[in-house]
Design a protein around this ligand. Structure first.
Ligand code: GUN
Length: 178
C-alpha cells in the first residue's frame, strides 16, 4: 500500500537563512514579515517544514506580540469588498481570497452594505474587519460581520488575530500543495 506523502513546504523552512525565510514566507502575514522573522529567531526544525507546524509557530509569535504590534498587523489588511479590492490594489493572496468568496460579485446593494459595515466597524475598533473567508460565501461573511460588531474591543482584537492566524495557515497549506 502506498503511504501518502505529507505535504511539505519548498524551500524547506528548516534549511532557510533568515533572508530566505522572509523572502519566501514573509508575506503569509499581510505586510508583516516580522512574524516570519520571529519564527526563524525562535528556531526552526524539520518539523516546521510541514505547513501546519510552521503556521502554528508563526501564530504563536503573533499571539505573544504586544497589543500594539497585533493591532498593526490587523491594520495591514484591506477592507473586504472595499475600494482597494475594486481597483486591483490588493496582494495576490488577498485578491484570490476575496474573489474565492465571491466578494467581487456583490450586487450594488451588497457593496453598499459592506461599505457601511466597514466604516462602522473601523470607527468602533480602529482596525478593519478581518475574517478567514475560505469556505464562506458573502452572505455568511455579512452575517459574521453584523454579529462581530457587537463584540467589545478586546474580544474583537483577539478574534481578528485568530482569524489572521487561520488565513496564514490556509496560505501556507496552499503553497505546500502547489
Ligand atoms: N480575509 C481573507 N482575506 C482578507 C482580506 O484581504 N481582507 C480582510 N479584511 N479579510 C480577509
Amino acid at each position: 500500500m502506498p503511504t501518502s506523502n505529507p505535504l511539505l513546504l519548498s524551500p524547506a523552512p528548516s534549511k532557510c537563512s533568515l533572508e530566505m525565510l522572509t523572502h519566501h514566507y514573509g508575506d503569509v502575514y499581510e505586510h508583516s514579515p516580522w512574524v516570519a522573522e520571529a519564527a526563524w529567531q525562535h528556531g526552526l526544525t524539520e518539523a516546521h517544514d510541514a505547513p501546519d507546524a510552521l503556521a502554528e509557530l508563526m501564530g504563536l509569535m503573533l499571539q505573544q506580540a504586544s497589543s500594539e504590534q497585533q493591532i498593526r498587523v490587523i491594520q495591514a489588511h484591506p477592507d473586504l469588498a472595499g475600494k482597494a479590492a475594486m481597483s486591483g490594489e490588493l496582494t495576490q493572496d488577498s485578491t484570490s481570497e476575496q474573489a474565492g468568496a465571491g466578494l467581487d460579485q456583490c450586487s450594488p446593494e451588497e457593496f453598499a452594505r459592506f461599505e457601511y459595515l466597514n466604516e462602522t466597524y473601523k470607527e468602533k475598533f480602529g482596525f478593519p474587519f478581518v475574517i478567514a473567508v475560505k469556505g464562506l460565501n458573502r452572505h455568511a461573511i455579512l452575517a459574521a460581520f453584523e454579529e462581530r460588531l457587537n463584540n467589545d474591543a478586546v474580544t474583537e482584537r483577539q478574534t481578528a488575530i485568530e482569524q489572521i492566524i487561520q488565513i496564514a495557515r490556509f496560505r501556507l497549506v496552499a503553497r505546500a500543495e502547489q
